[in-house]
Design a protein around this ligand. Sequence first.
Ligand code: UN1
Length: 492
Amino acid sequence: MEQYGIYIDGKWIKSTHSETFETKNPTTGEILATFPKGTKEDVRMAIEAAEKALPKWRRTPAPKRGEIILRVAQLMRERKEGLGALVTKEMGKVIVEGKGDVQEAIDFLEYIAGEGRRLLGETTPSELPNKFCMTVRQPIGVVGCITPWNFPIAIPCWKIGAALVAGNTVVFKPSGLTPLCAAKLVELFEEAGLPQGVLNFVTGSGAVVGQEIVENPKIRAISFTGGVQSGIDVYSRAAKLLKPAHLELGGKNPQIIMEDANIELAIEGVLFGAFGTAGQRCTATSRLIVQRDVYDIALERLLERTQALKIGDPLDPETHVGPVISEDQEKKVLNYIQIGIDEGAKLLHGGKKLRGGLYDKGFFIEPTIFEAEHGMRITKEEIFGPVLAVIKANDYEDAVRIANDVDYGLSSSIYTKDVVRAFRAIEDLEVGITYINAPTIGAEVHLPFGGVKNTGNGGREAGTTAIDEFTEIKTVFIDYSNRLQKAQIDEQ
Ligand code: UN1
């Protein structure tokens, strides 16, 4: 079993505190590695190293910074099988999705490496003669990246890749449930030739390590993905320091099926959206809103197809649904299933923890389908597990009203062959991402990712906007008239 330390200034060292925690395989319970319960002092050392590395790194030409990021992507391509299997072992998503997690990281790193050749600003004419105006992008400084367990390779790469190309240095705290994937990622950056101190890594709790990252004034910006309550905590602490904090939080994503939809395709979509990654994606489909004329047939097909899903060892390529990440998560999901039953939703499929054989070692919950009334808690609150609420809608307006009547706004989907309705849905759905005739999951990394309402605080990760989160804009006026010119005052 591997024992890791913290990674500061290009070296793996011991934490200032000797206590450790274990990371475990959610399928088998096997202990994969141990990591330090990092301290505030560890974070301060990480910040010191990042500050020391900053002047040189920010002056390294951005295309050169991009080359190192590209090398990380190349190493990941070579090691995709092994890394994908590690994602599956530590996080529990099925192996194709484990490899998909790695591929999403590769895609993003390749994309953002090229951004090193652009880092676009603007040029504009001046209102005065012999004067030039432009903006340039500058790194923010030392930034903090705090990442979740559900995409243990991809999401850290979205954040770290963009932060580094933009010329920042980083203090990285991964989820306590997937530190091994994170440590392997740090090793790849090291192998790719990232200079010492540019990326530093401290494991431990949100209450200690996370809080110090957020509250230490030397960290100039935060990028956080996680739950809403933690997001509010991060945002309010950062607010006291006027520190930018980019938040990527939850979802309660609807898939709508209209009466003219290709039902078979729509059912295939919802199976992937709701039960892929055992429902543990911010983008997971947790509500299926079906127009009443096709409700019965859609439900019938959904139940048939769900019965055929194979739940088991995520390393087995035949498996469709793996375990949830931890005992706590299992409890949370089972509790929501009970809430659904108690509030009168009709349990149509699943609902139980699986037991016997392999199931006894891991956290396996049956794919669960409820027939629900809009307004029940299971139709409003994020569950983050394999639980789908099916809701009947009268017509398009009703479906959109239901879809929008939640506190979240990340992803959404509508299945319809009517192009007019498809375009109306693009306008009407209050979310950051809308799919037409495709499930709510599977966003591509060269487009912005994020949402509205409680899903975040206005920013977008990845895509053309990735760099915004990690750069300051400087406005520059260059006067070559050789005299004092006064904007707003001089008359031509
Ligand atoms: C997340 O669940 O936090 O769109 C990210 C998707 C993936 C990213 C999900 N590309 O489902």
